[in-house]
Design a protein around this ligand. Structure first.
Ligand code: ADP
Ligand code: MG
Length: 586
């Protein structure tokens, strides 16, 4: 199937798709649509964000809906209310020419009565979040007896969000003969086992790692002190005056804090996370979609699956715990042939993650330097001048004021006038950046710190019964410590890997935490033992590999990651020309 015309979909659907501007099916659509139309087996489909999964299940499902019957025939489950509305919206577009077909969204956090009424009016497709769907089933307002299609969209995220029990309960209430389709960006073990439990003879379709926009995304990273993260964010944003992007944080709290700070500092930003009321979330999303907001500060969950076009930047204020999520994050920019930049702000100790990300993404990441005050000011200045040059003048309205304005400013020569106009806008930046410090951690500083650290820090030396014999590297040890303490900011000193065991130093104040964290840990069947090392001296006759989380370049990065970056003249951030409305919606 190379075109929608030859897909076998009803002409009314093909017509609607053409109006949306879809010229040809995306790879996942190319595979799933014929499969769903021609077979009655279940389906597990894996594809990255932004690859067109909604149409991949939506079009063939709509094709097979009987719009003359008012019973619910299709149920789509998805993790958030925003996604629910987005999917409903998409399905509405696809079924534009099927006048009898109705799609009803149901989600929590809002009046259930209205949704019950909407269901009562009869919809053939229900799109819902698991909690609310289950509630409606229990109240006998949503009947699943006639369900032909059950779609789990963003299934991995639903499991991450703890919807497993709800999903189990819903699935157990759907009729035997229904077809299940599970769409997910990743295939963790839980998804595989869910597929096994609920699906019979299912076909797995996956379209590689390719994201429609992945080739157009450049990956940049900045290395700063952890305490300078926010300042670095501001500079990065200031250096890109026409930014339209999402700033990803790790927790709801951090999301709220960063958004609040940005707002206080005069940025056009707001937060999107699960602690907000539904009304607040809707309001934020509509402002962001209409580009009244430049920066959306969000958690992964809140922003999952949301389809917003023309984003110029994704900023990883903090990297996600699961690096896989980076792919979803960065895949939100660089869509539809446009260029996008995915930025990560890391502190010195996190640079090892950049190497891991490079491997995951399959592309080198560029180490950029946080622009200095002068560079930011120049950039802002040119952006302002550019705006002045291109601003649309509403001749008829301004006409009436011009006489007064001319009169008032008549005494100023042209040069003086220009200076003043620019200063009105620009003084804020000049003042803020007047004595701005260099935020970059330079290779030299890192080395200096490395040398002075031993004398400054108060470390405890631990012994661990893993060594190079167990195929443990410095990075493995760091990951183990991070993983089992759940705290990546614990200061780690020197690490020595020996044949049969290893030593690592930890900030003294975390002694107990380390002991506690490793109490019941096994690795490849071996029970890990961690104890405070009694020997201060160095054992003899052992081969040594040493390093430290903080300062050494991590192994395996093939020289691509930290500390290699040189100041490469002025960064070349293209100004986004994208303006105006979202593409396929009004
Ligand atoms: P996913 O669910 O995989 O993240 P979506 O279904 O939200 O992706 O689609 C992402 C974007 O791509 C949407 O804006 C959608 O309208 C657009 N899109 C989907 N299919 C096509 C197509 N065949 N041609 C062009 N654009 C498409
Ligand atoms: Mg989707």
């Amino acid at each position: 199937m190379n075109t929608f015309q030859e897909s076998g979909l009803r002409p009314d659907i093909v017509k609607a798709v053409a109006e949306l501007g879809f010229e040809k099916p995306t790879p996942i659509q190319e595979k799933t649509i014929p499969f769903i139309l021609s077979s009655d087996r279940d389906l597990v489909a894996l594809a990255q964000t932004g690859t067109g999964k909604t149409a991949a299940f939506g079009l063939p499902m709509i094709h097979n809906i009987d719009e003359l019957s008012k019973t619910v025939q299709g149920l789509v489950l998805c993790p958030t209310r925003e996604l629910c509305m987005q999917i409903t919206n998409d399905l509405d577009y696809f079924s534009k020419y099927l006048s009898g077909l109705f799609v009803v969204p149901v989600y929590g956090g809002t009046s259930i009565d209205k949704q019950i009424k909407a269901l009562g009016r009869g919809g053939q497709i229900v799109v819902g979040t698991p909690g609310r769907v289950l509630d409606l089933i229990k109240r006998k307002k949503l009947k699943l007896e006639a369900i032909k299609y059950l779609v789990l969209d963003e299934a991995d995220e639903m499991l991450n969000m703890g919807f497993k029990e709800d999903l189990d309960a819903i699935l157990s209430k759907t009729p035997e003969g229904r077809r299940s389709m599970l769409f997910s960006a990743t295939m963790p073990k839980e998804i595989a086992s869910m597929a096994k439990r609920y699906m019979h003879n299912s076909e797995e379709i996956s379209v590689g790692k390719k994201n429609s926009g992945a080739e157009n995304v450049q990956h940049h990273y900045y290395v700063v002190q952890a305490s300078n993260r926010y300042l670095a964010l501001k500079r990065i944003v200031d250096y890109s005056p026409s930014i339209y992007g999402i700033v990803f944080c790790r927790t709801r709290r951090e999301t709220q804090e960063v958004a609040e700070k940005l707002m206080q500092d005069g940025y056009n930003a707001d937060a999107l996370h699960g602690d907000l009321s539904q009304a607040q979330r809707d309001y934020v999303m509509s402002r962001f979609r209409s580009k009244h907001l430049q920066l959306l500060v969000a958690t992964d969950v809140a922003a999952r699956g949301l389809d917003v076009n023309d984003l110029t930047h994704i900023i990883n204020y903090n990297l996600p715990d699961e690096l896989e999520a980076y792919i979803h994050r960065s895949g939100r920019t660089g869509r539809a042939g446009k260029h996008g930049i995915s930025i990560t702000i890391v502190h010195g100790r996190e640079t090892n993650k950049i190497a891991q990300l490079e491997r995951k993404v399959g592309k080198p990441f560029e180490h950029k330097l946080v622009p200095n005050g002068q560079e930011v000011c120049e950039k802002q200045l040119f952006s302002l001048i550019d705006k002045v040059e291109w601003v649309e003048v509403d001749e008829s309205t301004i006409e009436g004021y011009l006489d007064v304005i001319y009169k008032k400013l008549a005494w100023l020569p042209r040069e003086e006038l220009i200076k003043r106009f620019v200063s009105v806008e620009f003084n804020r930046f000049l003042a803020y950046y007047k004595d701005a410090a260099d935020l970059n951690i330079s290779a030299k500083k890192v080395r200096e710190k490395k040398n002075s650290r031993a004398s400054n820090m108060n470390f405890t030396r631990f012994h661990i019964n893993l060594g190079s014999r167990n195929k443990v590297s410095v990075i493995d040890l760091i990951s183990l410590i991070n993983k089992h303490t759940g705290n990546q900011s614990i200061e780690i000193g020197k690490i020595e890997i020996l044949n049969n065991f290893s030593f690592f130093e930890i900030d003294k104040s975390h002694e107990e935490q380390i002991i506690h964290a490793f109490r019941n840990v096994t690795r490849d069947g071996l029970k890990i033992k961690v104890e405070i090392s009694k020997s201060k001296g160095k054992p003899e006759g052992e081969e040594r590999f040493s390093g430290s989380r903080r300062y050494d370049k991590p192994g395996g990065s093939k020289g691509r990651s930290a500390w290699k970056g040189k100041r490469d003249g002025k960064p070349d951030w293209k100004k986004s020309k994208s303006k105006g409305k979202r593409k396929f919606r009004n």
